[in-house]
Design a protein around this ligand. Structure first.
Ligand code: UD1
Ligand code: CA
Length: 481
């Protein structure tokens, strides 16, 4: 065959229910670092640059297809999940006349690296050529004995995996499932990772001949090896030392373990990219998060969704940032929560602040302890440093929001807007009954309930006369006798 054999089709098996998850949802849509498990498998497979990607789906297939979210992929339905061999047989029409390699990957291997799959394809391509074959008229000679490659690895505890029985030349004699293995076979620590490469025409000759006379009454894909051997064709083991890439996620505890491994890999990546982590074991960063150099992150921080953190920003202990953009040199102090919002450069947030619903905190602003900001814009250099609720507010520059200020934005039916213009001074414990506007450089007296607009530079004060009753303590004591 000519150059066209350097092509491969990828098949990802994702039809299973994942019974051991005990879940309403299909296994592969369960999330790792904020993305469905299948997302990571897809990324790795795509890295190997296949000509076509085929997914075998079945159980709750609409949910699975949605999680895969690929428009130019092929989805094949396996109506009944009769085993991995049956799943591959279902997709066979898509490579019926294909003269190349079929890469098959179990859908529950979220830790596999793209580079591993790429190398496996190269390895298979190399095996398929005669060693040192002269390129005669641009043609390589095919080694017609080579039928496939299985990626294998050695694990400390092979329990639950298929064991690889090999001869001396790395040729696989068979793969035995845990449940079908003899005591001797169970001692083998080299396992089937669930990643295979087959020369399509040979695979097609055997895939429909599988039987299900085994412990699980399933059509095992792994049984094609014995059938290929019977045809005089060889399947080789490609042993990859790093077994952590091949954790098959069969239950939620595997999911947790896989997430931890991936989490540490990403933290290491960001650390090499210039981020400092304190106690990284406790830091949770999702797939879509982006960090900049000289970011410093303390323990218990959780960064989720599409979040980005600018240079020199510090995030202290136990903060959560979700779908938010944090600027440069921002300080997010202990225990703060920021969701769906933007924090501009040089601002200081927290400790214990909550900012949410499309809020924008402009440059150099300060949002202090126990301040909640919802769907509001807080202008440059503005400070709300203690105990406030700012909802549906448009707040200008250089404003001071006194402790205990509340925008009374909800009248029981509708939400209303509060506008506070530049340089206004809101006295402590002001109730701003929206809709209301506080003018530029206007002032509100502490404890006032503001129900009317305050013009620029005016003072709005609403207070009843203070009464002083002398010797009240003594009178009160008498009344009690
Ligand atoms: C499989 C291998 C085992 C290997 C292990 C690696 C077989 C028979 N066994 O076992 O040798 O060590 O993976 O993790 O292949 N699927 C379908 N349709 C089906 C059955 C399964 O699409 O009818 C999909 C599942 O959704 C899953 C993948 O195939 O993504 C693997 O199936 P699973 O049941 O998890 O196989 P294991 O028992 O883990
Ligand atoms: Ca599995």
């Amino acid at each position: 065959m000519g150059h066209h054999h350097e092509k491969h089709i990828a098949v990802i098996l994702a039809a299973g229910k994942g019974t051991r998850f005990r879940s309403k949802k299909p296994k592969v849509v369960h999330k790792i670092l904020g993305k469905p498990m299948i997302h990571y498998v897809s990324l790795a497979v795509r890295w190997s640059n296949p000509d076509r990607m085929i997914y075998v789906v079945g159980h709750e297939k609409q949910q699975v297809i949605k999680a895969i979210n690929c428009l130019n992929c092929v989805y094949v339905e396996q109506e009944e999940q009769l085993g991995t061999g049956h799943a591959v047989a279902t997709a066979k029409p898509y490579w019926e006349n294909f003269d190349g390699i079929v890469l098959i990957v179990n859908g529950d291997l979220p830790l596999v690296e793209g580079e591993t799959l790429k190398n496996a394809v190269k390895y298979m391509e190399a095996l398929m050529k005669f060693e040192g074959a002269p390129a005669e008229g641009g043609q390589d000679f095919r080694n017609e004995d080579v039928a496939g490659v299985v990626i294998t690895t050695k694990v400390p505890n092979p329990l639950g995996y298929g064991r690889v029985v090999k001869d001396k030349n790395h040729k696989i004699i068979k793969i035995v499932e845990e449940k079908d293995a003899t005591y001797q076979e169970q001692q083998i620590d080299e396992i089937n990772t669930g990643i295979y490469l087959f020369y399509a025409p040979y695979l097609n000759q055997v895939i429909d001949r599988l039987e299900n006379n085994n412990a699980q009454k399933e059509y095992y894909l792994t049984d094609v090896i014995e059938l290929l051997n019977q045809m005089g064709k060889d399947v080789y083991a490609l042993m990859v030392p790093d077994y952590t890439q091949f954790i098959g996620v069969n239950d939620r505890w595997d999911l947790a373990k896989a997430e931890n491994i991936l989490r540490m890999k990403y933290l290491q990546f960001w650390s090499y990219a210039g981020a400092t982590f304190h106690n990284p074991e406790t830091v949770y960063i999702e797939f879509d998060v982006e960090l900049s150099p000289d970011v410093e992150i303390f323990q218990g921080v959780s960064l989720k969704g599409k979040t980005s953190i600018g240079e020199d920003t510090v995030i202290e202990e136990n903060c959560s940032v979700i779908n938010s953009k944090i600027g440069k040199n921002v300080k997010i102090l202990k225990g703060s929560i920021i969701e769906d919002s933007v924090i501009e450069d040089n601002s200081v947030i927290g400790p214990y602040a909550r900012i949410r619903n499309n809020s924008v905190i402009k440059e150099n602003a300060q949002i202090g302890n126990f301040v909640e900001v919802k769907n509001s814009v807080v202008g440059e250099n503005t400070a709300a440093k203690h105990l406030a609720y700012l909802g549906d507010a448009q707040i200008g520059k250089n404003v001071n929001i006194g402790a205990g200020t509340i925008t009374c934005n909800y009248d029981g039916f509708k939400k209303h807007k509060t506008v506070i213009k530049d340089k206004a001074f809101i006295g402590s414990d002001t109730m701003l009954v929206a809709p209301v506007t506080i003018g530029e450089e206007a002032i509100t007296g502490s404890g006032s309930v503001i129900t009317k607009d305050i013009p620029d530079k005016a003072l709005g004060i609403e207070r009843s006369q203070l009464r002083i009753i002398e010797n009240y303590a003594d009178k009160r004591r008498k009344n009690d006798d």
